[in-house]
Design a protein around this ligand. Structure first.
Ligand SMILES: *[C@@H]1O[C@H](CO)[C@@H](O)[C@H](O)[C@H]1NC(C)=O
Ligand SMILES: *[C@@H]1O[C@H](CO)[C@@H](O)[C@H](O)[C@H]1NC(C)=O
Length: 189
């Protein structure tokens, strides 16, 4: 009995020591979460306009690569652009800027209009200032509504997941200017 009691006491002591000195352990992880990370998940809806400016004096989307055969495909298969496109509250380019869409898109469909989009929404306003959302998905640009997954985020959007839907608000092929209306729905903490 006494031995069993002593033994349990030692186990308990070892356990308490392990808890109070986690830095002494050789482990590289901890399953204990901070208050912030165990807070209730919330759903945020974002609405803004995305300005893709290809030509003119201040383009924000530039072609950086293509294949020798790109021109022979109906939708420029292989053409790759890097973007730093403005995000605004209203459809007008001169309306209030709330962030940027920074990353790339590439024509990744040999027979149809299908872009591979890989970019971050980088917000520069208010509550979301400095936070990002990462979008990776297929953008069938000729469809009325396109949907792309939001696969993660940073800052306010840590642990983010969700989706973004976009519709073309304005398309001027001559000027190389497109305005896309975005609705994004994200779960985050
Ligand atoms: C955008 O705003 C500018 C300046 O306020 C204005 O001159 C222009 O007509 C607007 N464009 C559109 C498409 O509403
Ligand atoms: C956003 O954050 C940056 C960096 O912390 C700061 O310089 C800027 O003033 C902030 N902008 C707004 C609108 O809060």
């Amino acid at each position: 009995m006494a031995i069993a009691k002593t033994f349990s006491l030692i186990i308990l002591l070892l356990y308490l020591l392990a808890i109070s000195f986690p830095t002494n352990s050789q482990e590289f992880y901890s399953t204990k979460l901070s208050k912030r990370e165990t807070r209730r998940e919330q759903l945020t809806h974002l609405h803004f306009y995305f300005h893709d400016v290809l030509y003119g004096r201040h383009p924000t989307a530039v072609v950086v690569a293509q294949a020798a055969t790109t021109a022979s495909y109906p939708f420029k298969f292989g053409e790759t652009l890097i973007i730093d496109d403005r995000l605004t509250v209203g459809p007008n380019l001169s309306s209030r800027v709330v962030g940027r869409a920074q990353g790339m898109y590439a024509s990744a469909d040999m027979g149809d209009a299908g872009l591979l989009m890989v970019f971050n929404f980088f917000f520069t306003e208010g509550r979301f200032n400095g936070s990002t959302l990462t979008v990776v998905g297929r953008n069938a640009v000729l469809s009325a509504v396109r949907e792309m997954p939001i696969v993660g985020g940073s800052g306010v959007f840590r642990f983010a997941r969700g989706y973004a839907q976009t519709r073309t608000h304005l398309l001027d092929l001559k000027k190389g200017y497109a305005v896309e209306e975005y609705h994004a729905y994200v779960f985050h903490y």
